[in-house]
Every structure is written in structure tokens, then in C-alpha cells.
Design a protein around this ligand. Structure first.
Ligand SMILES: Cc1cc2nc3c(=O)[nH]c(=O)nc-3n(C[C@H](O)[C@H](O)[C@H](O)COP(=O)(O)OP(=O)(O)OC[C@H]3O[C@@H](n4cnc5c(N)ncnc54)[C@H](O)[C@@H]3O)c2cc1C
Length: 473
């Protein structure tokens, strides 16, 4: 009987896994996960993602009845040794779009083809193949609406989800224990994570069902309000491939085809868009897509960056978001936009600093979505928010957290303040501050930026690059 390796990466599931199904059809399967600190360069997983990965692998191993083979080191040489040891004839994997993984796939393919191993690649991570979603002139899209409407919805519909893969799985006695990967933190900062998340395929399916039954209705508007339960929180499950976008797409489409479903599907479309950008413009991880921004006069301010990370900026909605991130490993999309805008536009700190912090602390940290979103907020990305559109964190809070419930939850030292001052405690009269136990500069910081002045400074900084350089076309 032929022996096959299925190389798990960002497809940690048994349902709708084309590459795993292919492996099972070839013969006995050695299911392999390789933790590879050798090839990832500076795209090493962040601490929150490592936490997630540990539990996700634990769950996958249980689903495979203990047959998951785990290794750590250089993927190419580990795979080659396994090929020799088990006389492997085929290897299957689902494509990944991170530049270092694509380069690794190229190296592994070349090496294993020389050994006569047949390689089978599938697309298990995206609804549409980025090589195929192109403009009529053969170039990639840089604007979301035509990308989604023409490039995606105008193409063949995504494939229907596949049944659970069933196979004869082999265990290599040399596989290491999951704990040997040292993915869990030694300090207990992850205690809260357990109350918010259930990594793994079963957790992902459960999360999808909960969202469909209690969050999807009202999604279009409700998704903007961080205190409402209208978002799916599927992002870490999608990132690690514990559920495929196809499963999500067809599950929501089974519901009525209303504007909530349509809007939710278009958010999955943004995920496709980010991955397409990363696939066609891999340099965006380190460079502005719009090179005009290379001359932007960013501020090197360590102290303000530290305050932003710690949720101690003195701007309540920003602090609530940064503390949500630290406590739960997640931040609501509306607040991601507000906190990111505050960093790049009010503090004039480079978007890469923010991207790096999010990468370390988000359980859904995703190179494509994170990079594209930071560049979008900063104004230097594809279809980006114009630089001069600067979020006002006070009015954003008033509009999207009207009762202050989100701020009260994450910034409890302000919880007694009346709503009127919840978003701008610096405007509160001293008797109200005193009566509610708030002492600015002591129990809660003074704002680290004057919103009006910093907005004006940002516009001046932008004007300095507006006329220079080339645009992103
Ligand atoms: C500065 C910044 C950084 C971000 N970093 C990440 C990141 O590292 N990883 C990540 O997955 N998302 C990132 N996003 C996008 C978005 O905030 C999250 O995908 C979303 O908040 C996840 O929550 P959810 O699953 O409840 O979303 P839902 O609203 O339920 O959306 C469903 C799915 O659609 C996709 N999606 C939704 N919004 C976007 C978007 N704007 N761009 C791309 N895909 C989207 C996600 O896969 C999400 O799980 C970032 C956004 C900003 C502004």
C-alpha cells in the first residue's frame, strides 16, 4: 500500500480539507505538523498565536486519535528524512500565501521531486485562487469593490465543502510531544484566554453555529458596535484553518439571502482581498504599497508607543481596545481601526510598530489581514482610507459605544463617570471627577495627545509627502 504524507500547516481540520482527502485516497497517511523556526525569518508566530496553536494541535491530535506527528526544525530536511524512512510516494498540502511559506514550498517541491515523490497542492484557505482573480488586463486588483464584485462573484462559485477525511493514519515513534514545542507561556498572562476561546475544529464549528443563531441577524449594522454580539469571532479559527471559508460561506448562505448575509460574505471577501494583495505584492509586509509614504516623517516616540500598547493613552476608547487585546487576544474591528488610526495619525508612529504589536498579541494575527489593514488605516495601502480622513476617537466612542458599556468593561476606573464624559474625561468638571473617583494623572492618565493639534500636525506631515514621489496607481 502506498504511503503519503499530509503536511498540515494552516489547515488544522479534518472537514473540507481537499489535500487531506487526496492523501487518504492515495494510501496510508503520515499526518505531519512541523514547527519551523528556521525558515520563518522575522515572521515568527506571536505569543498569542503560539498559545492558540498549542491548543489547536492538541485538538487535531485528538481528532486523529493520537496519530498527529509533530516535529520542530527545518521543514525541508524533516520531510526528506520522513520520505526516506517511510518510503513515501506522495505528499499533499494546502497552499499558504505567506511569502516565507511559499518560498519553502518551492524548495520542498524541488527537493522531493528529485526523490521521485509526487506532490499534490490544493487550495484550502481561500474561496478563490489568487492566481486566477485578475483584472481583464491580467494584472492584480488594488481596489476592493471591483475585486470582489467582478473578480470573485463574477467567477465560478467556490466549491461546496467536503466531508470529513477518513484514512489510515500512521504514527512515527520519533514524533515529539506537543509540549516540546514550548508554545505555552511560562507567565500566566493567558488565564483569561481560556474563558473566551476554544481553539480547534470543534470549537470553530460551534462558534459558527452560535454566530448563525445569535449574531448574523443584524450583522450589517451591529458589526460596528464593540459591545454587541454581532460579529462571528471566527478570525483565529479561519487563520489556523480549523474551519474553511467555504464552510462558513455556505453555512451563512443557507440562511435567508438578506443584507446581513451579503455583508458578512463581503467581509470574507476582504480576507480574500488581503491575501491577494500579499500574494501579488509580497513586499507589503515591510514596505508601503504606495511608495509616496516612504518619505513620511514618522515620529520615533518610545514612550507614547509604550502607553498605547499598555492601554494608558488617556483616550478611553483607545485604552479600552488595547486592554481588550491584552486580556482576550482579540479586538473588535471598529476599535482596531480607531486604535490604529490613533497610533499612526495622532501619534505619527509608523504603522509597522502597530502591526508588530498586533502580531504578537492577537490570537487571529494573520500576515495578510494584519499588514493590509494597517496599510489601509495608514493610508499607504490598497484602496486605503484617505490619509486626511482621521478618526476622532471621542466621536467614534460616542457613536459606536453610545452607553459606554465597552469602555466601562475594559477601563473600569472610569465606570462611574456619566456618559457625557466617558469618552473625554478631560472635559469633566472637577467636582464630577472627584465624585466618581477619577483623578486625572493618578487613577487615569491625562491624554498623551491633544486630538485637535495632533490632527492638524498629521495633515501637515501628509502635505509634505503629497506632492512628492509616485503614487500606487
Ligand atoms: C489595524 C487592523 C489590524 C487587523 N489585523 C487582523 C489580523 O491580524 N487578522 C485578522 O484576521 N484580521 C485582522 N483585521 C481585520 C478585522 O479586524 C478582523 O478580521 C475581524 O475583527 C475579526 O473578527 P470577526 O471574526 O468577529 O469578524 P467578522 O466581522 O465576523 O468577519 C468574518 C471574517 O471575515 C474576515 N474579515 C472581517 N473583516 C475583515 C477585514 N477588515 N479585513 C480582512 N478580513 C476581514 C475575517 O476572517 C473574519 O473572521 C485587522 C483590522 C485592522 C483595522
Amino acid at each position: 500500500m502506498k504511503k503519503t504524507i499530509h503536511w498540515f500547516r494552516q489547515d488544522l481540520r479534518l472537514f473540507d480539507n481537499q489535500a487531506l482527502v487526496n492523501a487518504c485516497e492515495y494510501g496510508q497517511v503520515l499526518p505531519v505538523y512541523i514547527h519551523d523556526p528556521v525558515n520563518c525569518g522575522d515572521q515568527k508566530l506571536g505569543a498569542a498565536s503560539e498559545w492558540w496553536l498549542h491548543h489547536s494541535l492538541e485538538s487535531l491530535n485528538a481528532a486523529l486519535e493520537g496519530s498527529l506527528n509533530i516535529y520542530t526544525g527545518d521543514s525541508a530536511s524533516i520531510l526528506q528524512q520522513l520520505v526516506w524512512k517511510y518510503e513515501i510516494s506522495n505528499i499533499t498540502w494546502n497552499c499558504c500565501y505567506e511569502p516565507w511559506r511559499m518560498e519553502l514550498d518551492r524548495v520542498v517541491s524541488e527537493q522531493l521531486e528529485q526523490d521521485g515523490v509526487e506532490i499534490s497542492e490544493s487550495n484550502g484557505a481561500l474561496l478563490w485562487d489568487p492566481e486566477e482573480v485578475l483584472k481583464r488586463d491580467g494584472t492584480p486588483y488594488k481596489v476592493f469593490t471591483p475585486f470582489y464584485k467582478r473578480g470573485c462573484l463574477g467567477a465560478m462559485p467556490p466549491h461546496k465543502p467536503l466531508q470529513k477525511a477518513k484514512g489510515l493514519f500512521l504514527k512515527d515513534p520519533k514524533s515529539v510531544e506537543l509540549d516540546a514545542l514550548n508554545l505555552l507561556p511560562t507567565l500566566g498572562w493567558d488565564a483569561e484566554f481560556y474563558t473566551h476561546w476554544k481553539p480547534g475544529e470543534a470549537g470553530a464549528i460551534q462558534r459558527l453555529e452560535t454566530f448563525i443563531s445569535s449574531g448574523l441577524k443584524g450583522y450589517k449594522d451591529g458589526r460596528n458596535f464593540p459591545d454587541r454580539e454581532n460579529v462571528s469571532r471566527l478570525s483565529p479559527h479561519l487563520h489556523f484553518g480549523e474551519i474553511s471559508p467555504h464552510q462558513v460561506w455556505y453555512a451563512v448562505k443557507r440562511e435567508t439571502a438578506d443584507e446581513d448575509v451579503g455583508h458578512f460574505c463581503s467581509e470574507l471577501g476582504w480576507r480574500e482581498f488581503s491575501n491577494n494583495l500579499l500574494f501579488h505584492f509580497p513586499h507589503i509586509t515591510d514596505h508601503n504599497l504606495n511608495p509616496k509614504f516612504d518619505a513620511f516623517p514618522w515620529e520615533p516616540d518610545g514612550k507614547k508607543l509604550k502607553a498605547w500598547k499598555a492601554g494608558q493613552t488617556g483616550i478611553p476608547i483607545v485604552d479600552a481596545g488595547m486592554r481588550e487585546l491584552w486580556e482576550t487576544g482579540y479586538m473588535h474591528n471598529r476599535v482596531r481601526m480607531v486604535t490604529a488610526s490613533f497610533l499612526v495619525k495622532n501619534l505619527l508612529i509608523h504603522w509597522k510598530e502597530g502591526e508588530r504589536w498586533f502580531r504578537d498579541t492577537l490570537v487571529d494575527a494573520d500576515l495578510a489581514n494584519n499588514t493590509a489593514s494597517w496599510q489601509w488605516v495608514a493610508g499607504c495601502g490598497a484602496d486605503a482610507a484617505p490619509y486626511f480622513r482621521i478618526f476622532n476617537p471621542v466621536t467614534q466612542g460616542q457613536k459606536f459605544d453610545p452607553d459606554g458599556a465597552y469602555i466601562r468593561r475594559f477601563v473600569p476606573e472610569l465606570s462611574e463617570l456619566p456618559k457625557k464624559y466617558m469618552f473625554c474625561p478631560w472635559d469633566a468638571p472637577s467636582d464630577i471627577l472627584k465624585a466618581t473617583g477619577v483623578e486625572l494623572g493618578s487613577t487615569y492618565p491625562h491624554p498623551i495627545a491633544d486630538l485637535k493639534k495632533s490632527r492638524a500636525d498629521a495633515l501637515v506631515a501628509y502635505a509634505s509627502i503629497k506632492e512628492s514621489g509616485t503614487s500606487n496607481g
